[in-house]
Design a protein around this ligand. Structure first.
Ligand code: HEC
Length: 192
């Protein structure tokens, strides 16, 4: 028993020294340009999913889905998220294309993740991926509005997006064919 214990300690020490030597050797390629091996991907995704699930358990979502929340949430999404997460019908930005792991399509995640899980991630970020934490700079009400918009995404039509875009740029939600002067070509209102 004693011998097994000391063998385990020696093994742990060798593993630790090998890990430190590997870090100093420069052998690991930190570039984003190569695909994560399947095992590493699985480990990262599984760790992320269980971590988010267990931390979001204690969060109770407020009532979400009012028109005002979705309009404000769209504006928030447009300001904070579109640089990495596409709106439906738009191409991935150069920032999104350069990230590894790639930022997911949140219109799809809206059906797979609970509002509390989406909120936890948005507030706290995901370390070592490029997904920032928005909690230090935005209050919970603003973040819940973004979640209300994400949850509504699967139901929104092209016309709804046009109205939201119009409201975000002019403050007017009526579809009066008013042309907005929006220089950012990554919004679906410009992709009809
Ligand atoms: C600088 C790029 C960047 C910005 C800006 C960004 N994200 Fe992310 N986000 C990512 C990346 C990369 C991932 C993938 C992380 C991973 O695979 O573990 C991610 C993942 C997520 C996830 C988790 C999806 C899942 O399957 O677990 C949610 C939710 C999310 N982002 C919401 C948002 C929201 C809401 C905003 C805006 C308030 C935002 N993100 C802004 C890069 C970004």
């Amino acid at each position: 028993m004693k011998q097994l214990f000391s063998s385990l300690i020696i093994l742990a020490l060798v593993g630790f020294i090998a890990g430190v030597a590997f870090a100093f050797s420069g052998m690991f390629n930190v570039a984003t340009s190569w695909e994560d091996p399947q095992l590493m991907k699985w480990l990262m995704v599984t760790t992320r999913e269980y971590s988010i699930e267990s931390r979001a358990k204690s969060i109770t979502a407020p009532e979400l889905g009012s028109k005002e929340q979705i309009e404000n949430g769209y504006r928030g999404f447009r300001d904070m998220c579109v640089i990495c997460h596409n709106l439906p019908g738009t191409d991935a930005s150069p920032v999104a294309q350069g990230l590894s792991p790639e930022p997911p399509d949140l219109a799809e995640e809206a059906d797979h993740m609970s509002a509390a899980e989406l909120f936890w991630v948005t507030k706290n970020g995901i370390r070592m991926t490029g997904m920032p934490a928005w909690g230090p700079t935005h209050d919970d009400t603003e973040l819940w509005e973004v979640i209300a918009f994400i949850k509504a995404m699967p139901e929104l039509s092209k016309a709804d997006y046009r109205k939201l875009e119009q409201h975000a740029t002019t403050g007017n939600s009526h579809d009066d064919n008013h042309q907005t002067n929006n220089a950012n070509d990554r919004h679906p209102a410009d992709h009809n």
